[in-house]
Design a protein around this ligand. Sequence first.
Ligand code: BJ8
Length: 418
Amino acid sequence: MTNHEQMWEELGLDVDLHKELIKSIDHTFNQTVGAQNERPASMAYFDRVLHESHGGRVAELIEARKNGKKFVGTFCIYVPDEIAMAADAIPVALCGGTQFSIPYGEKMFPRNICPLVKSTFGMALSKTCPYGPIKDLGVGETTCDAKKKAWDVVNFYVMEVPQKKSDLDLKLWRQAVADFKSRIEELTGMKVTAHRLTQTIDIMNDKRRALQKLNEFRKLDPPPISGLDALVIMQAAFNDEPTRFTEHLTELNNELDDRVKKGISPFKKGTKRIMISGCPSVMGNWKVHSLIEKSDAAIVVDETCTGTRYFSNLVEDGVADLEKQLDALAERYMKIDCACFSPNNERMETIEKIVDDHTVDGVVQYILQYCHGYNVEAIRVARILNKRKIPNIKLETDYSEEDMGQLRTRIDAFLEQL
Ligand code: BJ8
């Protein structure tokens, strides 16, 4: 038995089933991410983060807990990591992106809810999630219906994310941020101070700056990195220790600088430039990105939570007063333009701007099956794109491989049009 297998056994996981899960994820990874050409050498680190997400990273968290840290599992980018970190907790996003666990999720949850929710809970229900047994607190949020009702079932702490963006909503959200701070302080027994918060705001802003720099490279023709690799980096961002992640991303950005000077890219100049817009593609899910880039197009930006929504907008720094820091955090996180908001005018403005900034030739609206928020909002998104004569297509899909042939045909037909 390997060290990791022993660790999984001690955590009460079904070790044999877990081996099958890893085999299935490795298979998908090799068919998609691993099948690319001209990858930057520094991608090896981010590949490793993904591969170690059930091994080395879990061992690291177990060690940190032994040293008194608390581990907080999150499921949405509205949860302010800065606050958890300032109270000496370690926040890690735990959303599932693999088909393997979905049948287990469907044993408890309805089949007709989004695959992200079923995959996430399916991991826990099949005893293949090493994070469940070591989690000190699960933090949910009131975003889409599937998620907010799921928290009820599993009895998680829930942050109240408003549905609109008026001043009153901002007040409510500011209170939710303060309540979250109190809950975390209660969990760890540590007070969030202005000094600690200054440090964690800096850590997270540095991480966002490095991701923004990566995004700048994707504006070039040809971009020095594939959209699929950029997605791998985002998936790693949700799991890795933030300071270490930023250091490695800075290294990668330096390599990209060099590649631009030498004219190295996975794409030829003039390759059709695609924007992905809509639902997040969390770890384990590389399906649509891979299909599009295998069809000789370049994904040059992701207007998703595994893309721009995660790293746009910094938290105002240089604020020394705790209450003002909480204001700044509330304001920054409230700018995230999830389809759970109504009306979501900000997202429409963002999309128009991104299309221009990245010289996008066509937009793929990526909708996870049964995600009603993004699916209905797709009508408005298509309208603004059509008005600007930007070709666009909506792909509604899940995590399975069953519709790959059909998706490929639709993608090819779409790319022909551009
Ligand atoms: S801020 S997108 S991370 S809620 S895809 S589970 S919305 S049914 S993940 Fe999300 Fe926060 Fe919004 Fe982003 Fe529901 Fe849709 Fe599934 Fe989703």
